[in-house]
Write a protein that binds this ligand. Structure first.
Ligand code: PMP
Length: 459
């Protein structure tokens, strides 16, 4: 109606979205989502869409319109909306106990407002540990090509997508890249003709090379996504994680796993790292923690990390109140607790595994049919189909054509995503991350829409 048109006009005139809105096809998309229920959303014109991307960026894990989460937040806000520090932390304490019950070996939860800030906190702890324990020397933080960790200057300094970093420099020193582990693009890495476990081990060994080159006494931590999200839906091959863990132990390098996308069920386990039996020192999480019903993020650590700060109470910096005003604020953990209840009571981890396996099979069938799909991959309800111009050379499909596929799906009333727009070589993968409540028929609808769109765009 008229009011909505005015709101849309105000949005277009005054809201500064992300930078890619300066691209013509972004600004020409007139869609504003105004309502959601379950797997579906409606735009300002009342058109229904199947949401194949959980709110755009892997967030609404339990689906839209969850009254019990809204009620939990409402009840908490009326009881106590805010009080700083320990005086307002009852939901925070209850949530902390609950989340660490899913993370054996980890004990401490530091609350933040966003994934970026949670990662930033882990980076800061690594730097402090370097000062407290290693005379400031062991301060370097390794990150992986193609990974992404957030919007702050330090997170961008740990950003493995170089073009994304453009024009924000100078960056924070002490962040060092290690090679990606996307087997489909192994031919670009010059390690010979490796595949499967051998490739996984080679990609992990490349980390050791970087540590040796930099000097193990200068490397404090490594930050990795369990499954790389925006950089290409990359599931590290067998052989990768055990070797990474071994290398971290060998050189006393802390392992930071960025679960901002995978956390809270996306891959069918509470956390992505739990598929691989590894033991991280830091786990950061955000998006799915409260499925977008409130802003909440955190950095979870082991007691070993906590203890490194404990025995120097004489250090004046230990009294610096490095606490964020809204971190762990009551509404966030209240929503997050109810989110966990839903995941458990509705068996959403099991559903994610079943539906994820089904969807991966369907994507493989689509690959058999469409020459333009070079590779399909994924874990749980976190899947991708990489589009190429030529299956032999694996030359990435250009952005315009990939966007034409997502655009055609949109016209069909089905929202699917693509990996990072604007980054040549990174923006050619169709992305699927439906809510964890997805049914077989939802998945069939996502696949059919993609099938039709691929036929339309590529013939
Ligand atoms: N890490 C990863 C893996 C992400 O995908 C994102 C967000 N896209 C972030 C961190 C940053 O999280 P936030 O947007 O909440 O700051």
């Amino acid at each position: 109606d008229n009011d909505i048109d005015k709101v849309v006009a105000a949005d277009r005139a005054h809201v500064w979205h992300h930078l890619s809105q300066h691209k013509p096809y972004e600004t020409s998309d007139p869609r504003v989502i105004v309502e959601g229920k379950g797997m579906r959303v409606w735009d300002q014109n009342g058109k229904e869409h199947l949401d194949g991307v959980s709110g755009g960026v892997w967030t609404v894990n339990v689906g839209y319109g969850r009254e019990r989460i809204a009620n939990a937040v409402r009840d908490q806000l009326i009881k106590l909306n805010y009080f700083a520090g320990s005086a307002g932390s009852i939901p925070g304490a209850v949530f902390s106990e609950r989340i660490i019950s899913k993370m054996p070996g980890l004990t401490r939860v530091y609350f933040t407002n966003s994934g970026s800030e949670a990662n930033e906190k882990a980076f800061k702890m690594v730097r402090q540990i370097a000062h407290k324990r290693y005379g400031g020397k062991k301060h370097k933080i390794l990150f992986r090509e193609r990974d992404y960790h957030g919007t702050t200057i330090a997170c961008l300094s740990a950003g493995g997508q170089p073009e994304r970093n453009a024009q924000y420099g100078p960056y924070t020193p002490g962040f060092v890249p290690v090679p990606h582990c996307l087997e489909y693009r192994a031919h670009e890495q010059g390690w010979g003709d490796l595949s499967g476990e051998a490739y996984g081990e080679a990609a992990a060994n490349a980390i050791e090379e970087v540590i040796l080159r930099e000097g193990p006494d200068t490397v404090g931590a490594i930050c990795l996504e369990p499954v790389t999200a925006g950089g290409g839906v990359i599931v590290p091959p067998e052989g990768y994680w055990p070797r990474v863990q071994e290398i971290c132990r060998k050189y006393d390098v802390l392992l930071h796993i960025d679960e901002v996308v995978c956390g809270l069920g996306r891959t069918g386990t509470w956390f992505g790292y739990q598929h691989y039996g590894i033991e991280p020192d830091f786990v950061t999480m955000a998006k799915g923690v409260a499925s977008g019903y409130a802003a909440i993020a955190c950095c979870v650590t082991s007691e070993r990390v906590f203890d490194m700060f404990k025995d120097d109470a004489s250090d004046p910096m230990n009294y610096f109140r490095d606490i964020s005003t809204f971190g762990g604020c009551t509404a966030g953990p209240a929503a997050a607790l109810e989110n966990m209840n839903i995941i458990e009571e509705e068996g959403l981890l099991e559903n994610t595994i079943q539906m994820g396996d089904y969807m991966l099979d369907q994507l493989h069938a689509l690959k058999d049919k469409h020459e333009v799909i070079g590779d399909v991959r994924g874990k749980g309800l976190f899947l991708g189909a990489e589009l190429v111009k030529d299956r032999t050379t694996r030359e990435p499909m250009e952005e315009k054509s990939v966007a034409a596929v997502t655009g055609d799906c949109m016209a069909q009333g089905v929202i699917i995503g693509m990996t990072n727009r604007s980054l040549p070589g990174y923006n050619n993968t169709l992305c699927y991350s439906p809510a964890l409540i997805a049914t077989k028929s939802d998945i069939d609808e996502l696949i059919e829409a993609t099938d039709k769109a691929l036929t339309k765009v590529f013939g």
